[in-house]
Design a protein around this ligand. Structure first.
Ligand SMILES: [Zn+2]
Length: 161
C-alpha cells in the first residue's frame, strides 16, 4: 500500500529548519508509518520583524509614512504624511519655527503657546507604497482621530466617499 502524502507548512527558521525536518520526519515515520510527510517552509515574517529595536531607531530614515507629532504640554497632536524621509520632514517643521512662514501647524502651535513638541517621539501610524496611498491613509486617520493641530491646516483635502 502506497504511503499517503501529507504536507506540513511551517514558518522558516533558518538553519534550525533542517533539524526540525529530520525530527519531524522520524517522528512521523515512527508513529504514523502510513504517511509520507512533505515539509514546506515559508517565510511568514519579514526579516526586520526580528529586529524591533533596531527598527525603532531607524524610524527617522523611513519614507512614505503617515506620522503623528504630539505635544509634551497638552493633548494636541498633528498628523501628517511625507514621501521623503521622516527626518527631512521633521527638519522642515523645525525650520518653520524661525522662518515665520506659518508653513507648519506644529511650529505655529509652539510659537503660539510656548509648548514643546516631542521631536524625538514622532509616531509612525502607517506606511504606504506610494504618495497617494499615504494621502488616503492620512485623510482617514485625520478623520478618525481628529488631531487638534490639523484643524487649521489649509492643505489640499482628499475627498473620500
Ligand atoms: Zn501643546
Amino acid at each position: 500500500m502506497p504511503k499517503k502524502e501529507i504536507f506540513i507548512v511551517l514558518p522558516y527558521l533558518g538553519f534550525q529548519s533542517k533539524i526540525v525536518t529530520q525530527q519531524l520526519k522520524s517522528c512521523i515515520h515512527k508513529f504514523y508509518g502510513c504517511f509520507n510527510p512533505k515539509i514546506i517552509f515559508r517565510n511568514t515574517r519579514r526579516i526586520k520583524s526580528f529586529f524591533p529595536y533596531k527598527d525603532r531607531l531607524s524610524r527617522s530614515l523611513m519614507s512614505k509614512v503617515v506620522y503623528k507629532a504630539s505635544c509634551w504640554d497638552c493633548n494636541d497632536c498633528y498628523i501628517g504624511k511625507t514621501k521623503r524621509r521622516l527626518h527631512d520632514r521633521k527638519t522642515e517643521h523645525f525650520k518653520a519655527l524661525t522662518s515665520n512662514s506659518h508653513s507648519s501647524a506644529i511650529a505655529d502651535h509652539m510659537t503660539q503657546t510656548g509648548h514643546k513638541i516631542k521631536w524625538d517621539h514622532f509616531d509612525i501610524l502607517a506606511t504606504g507604497q506610494s504618495d497617494i496611498h499615504c494621502k488616503i491613509k492620512e485623510t482617514l486617520l485625520i478623520r478618525d482621530l481628529k488631531p487638534a493641530l490639523n484643524e487649521n491646516v489649509g492643505s489640499e483635502k482628499l475627498l473620500l466617499y
